[in-house]
Design a protein around this ligand. Sequence first.
Ligand code: SAM
Length: 324
Amino acid sequence: MKNNFNYLRISITDRCNLKCKYCEVNPSSKLRPEDILSFEEIAHIAGLAADIGVKTIRITGGEPLVRKSITGLFKMLSSIKGIDEVTFTTNGLNLDKYAEELYSAGVRRFNISLDSLDPQKYHNLTGGGNLDKVIKNILLCKNIGYSPIKMNVVALKGINDGEIFNFIDFASQNGIILRFIELMDITSGAKEFFDRHFISINKIKEIIESRYKISTAKPESAAITGAGPAVYYAIDNGLKIGFISPVTDHFCANCNRLRLTANGILKSCLLRPGEINLMKLIREGASKEELQKTIKLVFDTKEKACGKFCENNTMFSNMSQIGG
Ligand code: SAM
């Protein structure tokens, strides 16, 4: 098995308190609570994954902070032998409820998704999100001590490509690492949105270069480079910017992750159907050895299958279901 398959991304719910225009366009019927992995089941799977090399876990969703009592899950995952770090990705709206207790539980960093710094635009794009609250929550987390905070911006032509310097100013002033992500054509019902609003990372770099010099960064720590596909550069005001180009520069060859959906499907790639239903196996009483063998199989499938991200994609779904 490739020893760089060390990252597990776990969606803990398919529910979200936002409705972003490119993420969940045709709402599917939501999973019933009994069809979602319990925290104990998630920890069981994470423990088995850790035994075969997973070191980093990212909790996502849906919106992970809408699931009740999530601090308990972070505590369970952090205590697993072999797991170096547990982080999460959030839209930030519920951070005020959980930031203190998650920090006390040992969580030190997270990624926040924020595609506009214009309150009205943010409201429209997210189906009702309150930008003021998100910004207050980011500042609250800075004060608590979270570091680094990474801000994920899905680059959208005609929507936020005129805000790039605002994002840079905001990130620079608040000590945040900024990351631009290409919009992926994977959301069922959002093809028109993709065609109208896709903009490449190269174009975003060109816009940045009209004001700043970009040089290859030498990130000081793995906390900045992280375990993901972003390529980081510094601009000449000192800010680190990550660029994630799933569409124009496939990074499959370097992809180190497996995904576990809220209903227990283990996926080797965003664009492959789920290979294995671990929840079903667990509930049918599968042994530790059987489960481990199955997880390894998905790792192996990944090794063989990678390299065609988005090129021939026929796998349309909702990111809220898979855990973007
Ligand atoms: N609710 C959390 C959040 O907002 O960060 C976590 C789940 S959300 C599905 C995770 C990430 O997926 C967000 O940064 C979102 O912008 C991104 N995402 C969703 N659909 C996408 C698409 N079609 N292309 C690129 N990124 C997408």
